[in-house]
Write a protein that binds this ligand. Structure first.
Ligand SMILES: [Zn+2]
Length: 441
C-alpha cells in the first residue's frame, strides 16, 4: 500500500483558526487530547477515538529521540484532520491550500492531515508519520532531505504496543502480522529477489525536489532503520537531528560517517539483499578486523555461527586462487516442536534451506581492500569484469557457497569475509564456531 505523503518544508507559517462549531454542524467530531486535537468524519470507534492519546504518548518519545527538552514541548499543540470524505473538509475550507490533493497525508508544523487507511495499524502509523514531520518542523526548524525526512517519519511511525499496552515508537516489525497493510518490507524483499535493491547512493539522492514515491519510502525507511539500529552508526544517525534544517545535510552526513563510509556501503549491500521481518541488527552487524597480509602460504580464522558477516582479516592478493577448507560442529536452529538444537557442519543441513542454499552452509564474500581506506566505494561484484569472471567475484549480496571446501579467486586485493547461511531473524538460536583454513591453490 502506498503511504505517499508530502511535507512542505516551506509551510512553516502558523495555520489559521478552526471554526469548531461549523465543523460540528458538518458532522465532524472533535477528539480532544493534550497535544493533538483531531477532527474526523469517521464514526466513534476505540481505534479512532484513542488517536489523540496515541499522539500524546508519542510526544515524549520524539523529544527524547531528537534531543528536545520535555519542558520545551510541554505546551506543543497540533490540529489534525482524519478524513473519510475529502469533500466535507474541502467545503469547510480546512484542506492545505499549498497541497490540497495530497495522497495519504500531509503535515505542517502545527497541523496535519490523514486520509482514512485500511487497517487500524496503518491509520496509527500514518498519524505517527505525519506527527514526526510536525514535531521535526516545530522543534528542529526543518526535516532534512527526502530520504532522511521520510525515513525518519517511517522509523517513528513504526510502532508496537508493549504487554502493558504502552505505545512504543521506532519498532522494527517482528512479523507481517505486526504491521497489517503496511507493505514496506514486501517492497524491499521483492526488489532483493529481482536483484534490484537500491544502492545506498540512490537512496541518498532522494531530496525535496520531487515526490519520494512508494519505493523511495521503503528504501528511505530501510536506511533509517539500519542507521538507527546499527551499533556502529546509531549515535551519529541520532545527531543528524541537529542539522535537519541545514541545506548541506548530506555533506554533513558523509562527514559524520567519515572513514566508516566503506563499512556502511558493505553493510548496506548485505542488508538490502537480506532485510526481512525480525532482522536481528545486533547479530547481523558486520564484524570487521584489521587486514593482515596473506604472507605465508596458509592462514586460519574462526567464524561464529550466531553472527552475520565476519571478516577473517585475511587479504587475498589479486589474481590468486585460494582453497578454503572448513571444519566444526555448531548449532544452526532449534527444533520448533522439541526445542532440541540442530547440529550442523559447514556443508549445512538439507532439512531446511534459506536463500536457495542449505541452512548453515559456510558462505564467502570478498571485500575489495580499497573500500577499507575510508570514503572509497567498494566495486560492485560484476563491475568491469568479464562475464567469465563473474561467478568468481562473490560479494555480500551474492556470496559464494564454500561448504566443507571450495576454491575462491580474487580479482582484486580483497579481504575474505565469511558467515553461515541463516535468516537474519534467526541467529539468536545458533551457537558454536567454524574453523577455517586458507591455502594458496
Ligand atoms: Zn512523510
Amino acid at each position: 500500500m502506498a503511504l505517499a505523503c508530502s511535507t512542505a518544508t516551506a509551510a512553516l507559517a502558523a495555520s489559521g483558526a478552526i471554526d469548531v462549531d461549523r465543523m460540528a454542524a458538518a458532522g465532524v467530531r472533535m477528539l480532544p487530547g493534550r497535544h493533538l486535537r483531531l477532527f474526523t468524519d469517521l464514526p466513534a470507534r476505540d481505534a479512532v477515538d484513542e488517536l489523540p492519546a496515541v499522539f500524546d504518548a508519542a510526544v515524549p518519545q520524539w523529544a527524547a529521540a531528537f534531543g528536545v527538552q520535555p519542558a520545551d514541548c510541554a505546551t506543543w499543540r497540533v490540529d489534525g484532520f482524519l478524513i473519510k470524505d475529502r469533500a466535507t473538509f474541502a467545503a469547510l475550507g480546512v484542506m492545505p491550500s499549498e497541497h490540497p490533493d495530497f495522497e495519504n497525508g500531509f503535515a505542517r508544523k502545527d497541523r496535519l492531515w490523514l486520509v482514512e487507511q485500511p487497517s487500524d495499524y496503518y491509520r496509527r502509523h500514518l498519524l505517527l508519520h505525519e506527527g514526526t514531520h510536525a514535531f521535526m518542523l516545530s522543534f528542529l526548524g526543518g526535516a532534512g532531505p527526502g530520504w532522511y525526512m521520510e525515513g525518519t517519519a517511517e522509523l517513528f511511525g513504526s510502532h508496537a504496543r508493549q504487554r502493558d499496552g504502552k505505545l512504543q515508537l521506532d519498532v522494527f516489525p517482528a512479523s507481517r502480522d505486526a504491521v497489517p497493510m503496511w507493505g514496506r518490507v514486501k517492497i524491499l524483499r521483492d526488489a532483493a529477489a529481482a536483484d534490484a535493491s537500491w544502492p545506498l547512493d540512490a537512496v541518498l539522492e532522494l531530496d525535496n525536489s520531487r515526490a519520494v514515491g512508494v519505493e523511495g519510502y521503503a528504501w528511505s525507511w530501510a536506511l533509517a532503520a539500519l542507521l538507527d539500529n546499527h551499533p556502529q552508526f546509531h549515535d551519529r544517525f541520532r545527531k543528524l537531528a541537529r542539522v535537519a534544517d541545514r541545506p548541506n545535510f548530506n555533506r554533513r552526513f558523509r562527514q559524520a560517517i567519515g572513514a566508516d563510509w566503506g563499512d556502511l556501503q558493505c553493510e548496506w549491500r548485505a542488508y538490502a539483499a537480506s532485510v526481512d521481518y525480525g532482522y536481528d541488527f545486533a547479530r547481523m552487524a558486520m564484524v570487521h578486523r584489521e587486514p593482515r597480509d596473506f604472507a605465508a602460504a596458509q592462514a586460519a580464522a574462526t567464524i561464529r555461527a550466531d553472527r552475520g558477516w565476519q571478516s577473517t582479516g585475511i587479504v587475498l592478493p589479486a589474481g590468486g586462487k585460494y582453497r578454503i577448507a572448513a571444519a566444526g560442529r555448531y548449532v544452526i536452529a532449534e527444533d520448533e516442536q522439541t526445542g532440541e538444537p540442530w547440529p550442523c557442519e559447514p556443508g549445512g543441513v538439507t532439512l531446511r534451506w534459506h536463500a536457495g542454499r542449505p541452512l548453515g552452509e559456510l558462505l564467502a564474500a570478498l571485500r575489495p581492500l580499497t573500500s577499507l581506506a575510508g570514503g572509497q566505494r567498494p566495486r560492485r561484484a560484476d563491475s568491469g569484469s568479464s562475464p567469465a569472471h563473474r561467478s568468481f567475484l562473490p560479494d555480500f549480496a551474492h556470496p559464494q557457497p564454500i561448504g566443507l571446501a571450495a576454491t575462491i579467486t580474487a580479482a582484486t586485493d580483497s579481504v575474505l569475509y565469511l558467515r553461515v547461511n541463516d535468516a537474519p531473524a534467526e541467529l539468536a538460536e545458533n551457537s558454536g564456531e567454524v574453523d577455517v583454513t586458507v591455502v594458496a591453490d
